[in-house]
Design a protein around this ligand. Structure first.
Ligand SMILES: Cc1cc2nc3c(=O)[nH]c(=O)nc-3n(C[C@H](O)[C@H](O)[C@H](O)COP(=O)(O)OP(=O)(O)OC[C@H]3O[C@@H](n4cnc5c(N)ncnc54)[C@H](O)[C@@H]3O)c2cc1C
Length: 382
């Protein structure tokens, strides 16, 4: 077995930390260095929009344990990679050599503000969540730009704290991922809870400096005390400039999480699997996927067979008290092929099956343990 002398992981979060844990679990006793740029170290992001926006004390539960892993830490952003010399450079002037490198730098929130336009709020980090929570406490009205999972969770947090919310998007809520059937019902659920939905004809622009609202393509403007952009994310790849490893989608990886450069691997939100013929390249920026790829990358770094495929299509969210769990690939295609339970009462399991494609199962409002959903998916598989 050919084990690397020094492993460097750039990006201190779930993909990177999972890889570090898996390396140790597989008996790797060599040098393991994590390079991260957030002062808080590795913490869970999913609760930021669910709990942390509502409750400051929840911050105490976010940190991922790591004290047992014998890691060396560098808390400074990676700013460059010299892949021919196998060296990562950091913002504080260090040059960190590696035998194997894992790129796990995740993604940054996509911003809509013009250059130098101040005051745009986004939610990606704990620092973002703290700022938005403080602003929600003082706000009476909010505009959320983006009716995807994150936008609806942020809207839910605002409503829970008595803030009037308008959600603006060029598409109906969750349409892009869960199709028209779920989108219509989620839209009705939001409206029942007092959320105003605006479907813009085109993409909106932020107005004011600092930002005070959004301009729609019909010339009208909407203003609020708080404007939060939840318009997706972009892979954090600036530090890889000049290496040929990254494109506009992210870092391409194969089924072993290997990149195009020997000794360099990637996992999590930053990475995308090289698409099959006729498929579109896209990332799957979900927590379970980052965990799956972290484990696969660790096995590959050690030259061992991968433990499972580098993909785990599981996602959960909660929209104004309505829990939604999804197992299987997104987006779904059209209406569900079977429905068990009462969708309008928020107590149902929906399935999408089509010949030759992997099925998707959604627990809509019904509290189903993820293990049971996964088993339902296996039963539903073609
Ligand atoms: C608010 C919120 C809610 C979410 N809710 C859910 C959910 O309910 N379910 C779900 O499945 N997924 C959810 N996600 C997505 C999930 O959190 C991500 O898929 C997961 O965090 C990806 O992990 P990662 O390790 O790939 O990247 P990240 O968590 O993005 O971590 C990457 C780390 O690398 C650091 N970094 C970036 N560039 C550099 C650099 N140059 N040098 C050093 N460090 C760098 C970043 O600061 C960050 O700490 C949510 C995300 C957010 C933001």
């Amino acid at each position: 077995m050919n084990r690397p002398g020094a492993v460097v992981i750039v990006g201190e979060s779930i993909a990177g930390l999972t890889a570090a844990r898996e390396l140790r679990r597989r008996g790797y006793a060599g040098s393991l260095t994590m390079i991260g740029r957030e002062p808080e170290g590795a913490y869970a992001r999913p609760p930021l929009s669910k709990e942390v926006l509502r409750e400051a004390t929840y911050e105490a539960h976010l940190a991922y344990p790591h004290a047992d892993l014998d890691l060396a830490y560098i808390r400074s952003a990676a700013v460059g990679l010299d892949a021919s010399s196998r060296i990562v450079s950091t913002a504080d002037g260090r040059f960190v050599p590696y035998d194997a490198l894992l790129i796990a730098t995740g993604a940054d929130a996509r911003r809509l503000a013009r250059t130098a336009q101040a005051g745009e709020l986004v939610l990606r980090t704990l620092a973002d969540a703290r700022l938005i929570r403080r602003r929600i406490e003082r706000a009476r009205s909010a505009i959320v730009v983006g009716a995807g999972f994150l936008g609806l969770e942020v809207a839910s947090a605002c409503v829970a704290q008595g803030v009037e919310v308008t959600v603006v998007d060029s598409e109906p809520p969750l349409l892009r991922h869960l199709g028209p059937f779920v989108s219509e019902r989620v839209g009705a659920h939001l409206t029942r809870h007092g959320v105003r939905l605006i479907q813009a004809a085109e993409h909106v622009h932020l107005v004011g400096d600092p930002v005070t609202g959004v301009a729609l393509s019909d010339g009208s403007t909407q203003s609020a005390d708080l404007v939060i952009t939840c318009a997706g994310d972009v892979p954090a790849v600036a530090w890889l400039s000049g290496t040929g490893l990254a494109d506009s989608v992210g870092v391409a990886i194969d089924e072993r999480c290997s990149t195009s450069i020997p000794g360099v691997y990637a996992a999590g939100d930053v990475a995308y699997l090289i698409p099959g013929t006729g498929e579109r390249a896209s990332r799957a920026p979900f927590w379970s996927n980052a965990v799956a790829q972290g484990k696969v990358a660790a096995a590959s770094i050690l030259g061992e067979p991968r433990p499972h495929p580098p993909r785990d299509d599981y996602f959960w969210t909660e929209i104004l008290g309505l829990p939604v769990k999804v197992v299987g690939p997104l987006p779904v295609n059209g209406d569900p092929t079977s429905i068990e339970g009462d969708v309008d009462a928020g107590d149902a399991v929906l399935r999408w099956e089509s010949p030759g494609a992997n099925p998707t199962v959604v627990a809509y409002g019904r509290k189903v343990p993820v293990g049971r959903l996964r088993r339902a998916l296996v039963r539903a598989a073609p």
